[in-house]
Design a protein around this ligand. Structure first.
Ligand code: GTP
Ligand code: MG
Length: 198
């Protein structure tokens, strides 16, 4: 799929403020700083579409982008950001939970994982929650430009082994770098192929 048009639609702090349109939707979530906003810019080929930052906690709202007038891409705030107060974390949880549970047009939630870091409890328990709630998800390993292909392969293999302890079937897995556009075609093709499920 070619991204011909990509436009910011709106930021929402509540699922009720999200666009009313029923276009199929693909959202990106994961720990703060894992590279969600950068991935969105890489996929759309628009360097400044989603705001990125070296400091965690940049994205704080639910941000909708419309692609090719056909589907929505959604940038979500990250979880696991230590510097956020407990009450803010609770607000985040409510906002994200409501969004994920009340958007029937959500076709797939891409859960991003830093390819350099071993499996983290926070990601595994988030996946477990998504599984219980029957939210379809895929895994995206990020920042593979930061280490050798060999190391990435080993760390993904280890991740699969960890997942297999809990899951009968593994989700689709993508391997990406926003710096050199690794994985761009794979993800866009996956979106293209699943879009009419919405
Ligand atoms: P929050 O909005 O704070 O939750 O973070 P985020 O997940 O949106 O991360 P963001 O895209 O803002 O990227 C965080 C940092 O990682 C930035 O400094 C990016 O430049 C860097 N980064 C993201 N993706 C990649 C990648 O594929 N390779 C490299 N080398 N750096 C990356
Ligand atoms: Mg972000």
């Amino acid at each position: 799929m070619l991204v011909k048009e990509a436009e910011f639609v709106k930021s929402a702090s509540d699922v009720k403020q999200c666009p009313e349109s029923r276009l199929p939707e693909y959202a990106f979530i994961g720990r703060s700083n894992v590279g969600k906003s950068s991935l969105i810019n890489m996929l759309t080929g628009r360097k400044k579409l989603a705001k990125t930052s070296g400091k965690p906690g940049k994205t704080q709202l639910i941000n909708h982008f419309k692609i090719n007038q056909q589907w929505h891409l959604v940038d979500l705030p990250g979880y696991g950001w230590a510097k956020v107060s407990k009450s803010k974390r609770a607000d985040w949880g409510v906002m994200i939970e409501n969004y994920l549970l009340q958007r029937p047009q959500l076709v797939c939630l891409f859960i991003l994982i830093d390819s350099r870091i071993p499996a983290q409890e926070i990601d595994l328990s988030f996946m477990e929650w998504a599984g219980v709630k029957q939210i379809p998800f895929a895994l995206v390993f990020t920042k593979v430009d930061k280490q050798s292909i060999n190391k990435t392969q080993k760390s993904i293999a280890a991740y699969r082994r960890t997942l297999k302890k809990e899951w009968e079937e593994l989700p689709p897995i993508f391997v990406t770098s926003s710096v050199d556009s690794t994985g761009k075609e794979d993800i866009l093709e996956y979106i293209h192929n699943t879009m009419d499920l919405a």
